[in-house]
Design a protein around this ligand. Structure first.
Ligand code: KG4
Ligand code: ZN
Length: 335
């Protein structure tokens, strides 16, 4: 079965072709971050308009890279939500129109399920059951994943998501948008320079006795430091490192705690913050010590992309009994 995946939930237009026997055949992405950078954050109206401009050329590019034609398609999967309404509508409309014209099934995929299953695109891939740490710009959740659609929420953030905290802290340090990767680079530079650590930030909810997180206090702690010190490049680096270490410590401890509690030995990390190198190093090191294995998506599939949507859609289409599940309840989506 050949599935076209379309992702347009936020500021990335992602398209991919996934074949259930041959795997991922081709994928293409256009990131709007530069366009939104000027405004310090995503402007929903601009995002929708850019998806409209990009999506058809990207679909053409994906088919031509795979040497395939539209009529080879068996199904289309698109991101149904959560996300920006206007942006989502672009993907939904294109998918529905193509599906209607080609007379093939069209399936709406939950964006977070796409992230959650994205490590299964890599080799070696984890097998069910596993614990998943979902760390994106909008979510921070620990889930027990027992099979397709069998997700049990173990804990989640009570305020900011980890990626949101990275982005807001980066803004406080004057690093532009989206700040997560820039903050992480700055922290790495400071750490590699071998300078002594200057700041220690709190580890929120580390000993809360559950698997919930809280990151909004860290941002306030950073603001206090920013107001107290002259913002030289070195001070920025020292704060970035202190912030990153605090977030990484909490994410690591809670993830290992979830492995211990469930008795599972595989941890899957998904979502944009999963690209963070310090987080990867910390999780892999600690997990190995307890005999567990950590699986990550390829770096290009950590952030939003079409491949994860094509893949999740293909899995769902192969398992029709799960089609009607309302995942908004599982992932506790508020909007
Ligand atoms: O999964 P994603 O692309 O979008 C959502 O669905 O939210 O995640 C984007 C988030 C942003 O907050 C971005 O700053 C963060 O992931 N991010 C990182 C890194 N790369 C992306 N945060 C920390 N370190 C990184 N290397
Ligand atoms: Zn995402």
């Amino acid at each position: 079965m050949l599935v076209l995946g379309i992702e347009t939930s936020c500021d990335e237009t992602g398209v991919a072709l996934y074949h259930t026997k041959q795997g991922l055949l081709s994928h293409a992405l256009h990131s709007q971050t530069q366009m939104h950078g000027e405004y310090g954050g995503v402007v929903p109206e601009l995002a929708s308009r850019d998806h409209i401009r990009r999506v058809l050329p990207l679909i053409r590019q994906t088919f031509s890279a795979a040497g395939l034609r539209l009529r080879d398609l068996d199904a289309i999967a698109y991101t149904q939500g959560p996300g920006l309404a206007g942006a989502l509508l672009v993907g939904a409309s294109i998918a529905s129109a193509l599906g209607f014209a080609l007379e093939i099934p069209v399936l709406g995929v939950h964006h977070l399920e796409g992230h959650l299953l994205s490590p299964l695109l890599s080799s070696p891939a984890p097998a069910f059951p596993f614990v998943a740490l979902l760390v994106s710009g909008g979510h921070t959740q620990l889930m027990e994943v027992n099979g397709l659609g069998q997700y049990k929420l173990l804990g989640e953030t009570v305020d900011d998501a980890a990626g949101e905290a990275f982005d807001k802290t980066a803004k406080l340090l004057g690093l532009g948008y989206p700040g997560g990767p820039a903050l992480s680079r700055l922290a790495e530079e400071f750490s590699m320079a071998g300078k002594p650590r200057r700041f220690e930030l709190p580890r929120p909810m580390l000993h809360s006795g559950n698997f919930n997180f809280s990151f909004s206090g860290l941002k306030t702690a950073v603001l206090t430091l920013v107001n107290k010190h002259e913002m030289t490049q070195e001070t920025r680096g020292a704060i970035a490192l202190a912030f990153q270490e605090a977030v990484v410590d909490v994410l690591t401890e809670k993830s290992l705690g979830a492995l211990a509690k469930t008795g599972l030995t595989q941890l899957v990390v998904a979502g944009g913050v999963g690209a963070n190198r310090q987080l990867r190093a910390s999780l892999s090191l600690r997990a190995e010590k307890m005999g567990a294995t950590v699986f990550y998506p390829e770096l290009e599939f950590c952030t939003d992309n079409g491949a994860m949507i094509a893949f999740a859609g293909a899995m769902r289409l192969q398992s029709l009994e799960n089609l009607d599940q309302n995942l908004d309840k599982t992932f506790t989506v508020k909007a």
